[in-house]
Write a protein that binds this ligand. Structure first.
Ligand SMILES: Nc1nc2c(ncn2[C@@H]2O[C@H](COP(=O)(O)OP(=O)(O)OP(=O)(O)O)[C@@H](O)[C@H]2O)c(=O)[nH]1
Length: 214
């Protein structure tokens, strides 16, 4: 699953990817030049299988904007990040959201994060403002502290889970097309195998039936 991490400079994008991929955190700051790629495999409960994340950490500075947007294409997930202690980074979120919308599939799974929440005593964004922004943009919203490791795993669990749910809905059309022409390879791009998706869909169907009858 290709995931891009976007937002202004110094909000903690590199730290997030590093913490998720290696469990480590560094107090020092080293500006990302263009983009940095990291791979991480994780078992996702919602998907009942391991997902390989291709993480594209993008530079937040304007000078890299033209370059970084080329890496948005094909992304299935996106983390939009701002910092608790940086008002500009909060106000820039609608612009980042628009940029991502222009370059990516409209069904892409997105999440908004307010990072550095360990510094909430020095916050320059109220909780109400952040909640409202997430609601206005229709985005799932987490408050994280990469420093403390808070919500880091949850961010990626959410994205993979959402993507997986989307894929389930595609199954029916794939099956229909396969039924029409048995030799045709389905035009279907997914990190999950069709067999796995079908199995999971059947499980969900049984669960819903059970719930409905009890
Ligand atoms: N207190 C606190 N500091 C953090 C947190 N996450 C990151 N930082 C620090 O914030 C600084 C910037 O973090 P980076 O991860 O380099 O930020 P970035 O968004 O990748 O920055 P660019 O490369 O400029 O786009 C570093 O000094 C980090 O140690 C956090 O959750 N809490």
């Amino acid at each position: 699953m290709k995931v891009i991490v976007v937002g202004n400079g110094r909000v903690g994008k590199t730290s997030l990817v590093r913490r998720f991929a290696t469990g480590k955190y560094d107090e020092g700051y080293k500006q990302t030049i263009g983009v940095a790629f990291t791979e991480k495999e994780k078992y996702i409960e919602e998907c009942k299988q391991a997902v390989t994340f291709h993480l594209w950490d993008t530079a937040g500075q304007e000078e890299f904007a033209e370059m970084t947007k080329q890496y948005y294409r094909g992304a299935k997930g996106c983390v939009l990040a701002f910092s608790t202690t940086d008002r500009d980074s909060f106000e820039a979120i609608p612009t980042w959201n628009e940029k991502v919308k222009r370059e990516c599939d409209e069904n892409m799974c997105k999440i908004l994060i307010q990072n550095k929440y360990d510094l909430r005593d020095k916050s320059v964004v109220t909780d109400e403002e952040a909640d409202k922004l997430a609601a206005d943009l229709g985005l799932k919203f987490y408050r994280s502290s990469v420093k403390n490791g808070d919500m880091v795993e949850d961010i990626f669990d959410y994205l993979a889970g959402q993507y997986y749910k989307q894929q389930e809905t595609v199954i029916e059309s794939v099956k229909a097309r396969k039924a029409e022409n048995k030799n045709e390879e389905p035009d279907f791009e997914s990190p999950f195998s069709l067999a796995e998706l079908e199995k999971r869909q059947e499980e969900n169907r049984k669960k819903r039936k059970k719930e409905c009858c009890t």
